[in-house]
Write a protein of this length. Structure first.
Length: 314
């Protein structure tokens, strides 16, 4: 829709031009920003004019610019040992958006918006990505994506700060991952989205989004037993309530999915367990039984929280 209150769109070419006057906000893809009225909005600062490379790869990290589009992320080539690469495709599909949206919407915008069903938040949190934030004094700071989103449409950005990029460890892409999602209708918004990652060092990480007001991450030194995981899930206290699902249903389905992923990733890797398909096209694995007689006693280590600050790039 037209934003009739906007009087100016600025296109910075250098960092020192990325400042915000009262009523101004950052612009990435704008797919959410232009979808509804924005009271008080008088100006936009277009971050895409800065010319950030969408994706850069180093020895141990893949850096995804905040302005990288979802389509560009989908084209990230996979190494043969990137067992977690299919998770990109699975999370993108969870957005239920057309290729037209993929070509415009940005990864950073989806994360910074802070919607519970922000699937790029799910992806980046699962992969232990770090949000790189440009601070107002010309410096930068880093925040784990799992704690960057602090509530419904709330994030850890201070006024005037900008999400610059997301750093994904290569080792996370080499980890085995699992994925579960459910909604109340075939093409509905995610009721809950549960992912799991088995690290190269044996660490087991469960991440819950969409069903909670903020990402919830439970970390174990090893694949936990059924009771240990159930106890950890029982401690989650931020279940979301909206027309897409009641908290009790979201809690029940998330707990079930977490246990299925515990069983799935607890099995030894086989020829069909690592990289699935090519070009990031993942095949959702079949559901696994929810009972496993093993008695692993790993303790969950919830991720520490940061302060809650509204706002951020959209």
């Amino acid at each position: 829709m037209d934003l009739t209150t906007v009087r100016e769109i600025r296109t910075p070419s250098h960092r020192d031009e990325v400042v915000f006057a009262p009523g101004e906000r950052p612009l990435g893809g704008g797919t959410w920003l232009f979808s509804e009225r924005q009271p008080g909005l008088t100006g936009l600062v277009d971050l895409t004019s800065l010319g950030w490379a969408p994706i850069e790869r180093a020895t141990d990290v893949v850096t995804v610019a905040a302005t990288c589009t979802i389509a560009e992320l989908l084209r990230l080539p996979s190494d043969d040992d990137w067992a977690g690469h299919p998770l990109i495709d699975q999370c993108v599909d969870s957005l239920l958006a057309s290729f037209k949206i993929w070509n415009v919407a940005t990864v950073g915008g989806n994360v910074a918006l802070g919607l519970p069903a922000g699937a790029m938040t799910s992806l980046m949190a699962t992969l232990d990505a770090t949000a790189v934030v440009w601070t107002t004094d010309g410096g930068e700071r880093r925040v784990p994506v799992s704690t960057f989103v602090t509530g419904v449409v709330q994030n850890a950005l201070e006024p005037g700060e900008v999400l610059r990029s997301l750093e994904v460890p290569i080792d996370s892409l080499r980890s085995r991952t699992g994925f579960r999602r459910i909604s109340l209708s075939p093409l509905g918004r995610s009721g809950t989205l549960v992912t799991a990652r088995l690290g190269l060092d044996g660490e087991f990480v469960v991440t819950v989004t969409a069903g909670t007001t903020r990402p919830v991450q439970l970390r174990f030194d090893e694949v936990p037993g059924e009771r240990s995981l159930a106890d950890a899930m029982a401690g989650v206290d931020c279940w979301y309530s909206d027309p897409h699902g009641d908290p009790d249903w979201r809690r029940a389905m998330s707990t079930r999915f977490a246990d299925e992923l515990r069983v799935e990733l607890g099995r030894p890797a086989t020829a069909g367990t690592g990289r699935i398909g090519t070009g990031g096209s993942g095949v959702r694995p079949p559901r696994e039984p929810t009972h496993d007689p093993r008695s692993a006693t790993a303790r969950a280590r919830p991720t520490p929280r940061t302060g809650t600050t509204p706002g951020g790039a959209r």
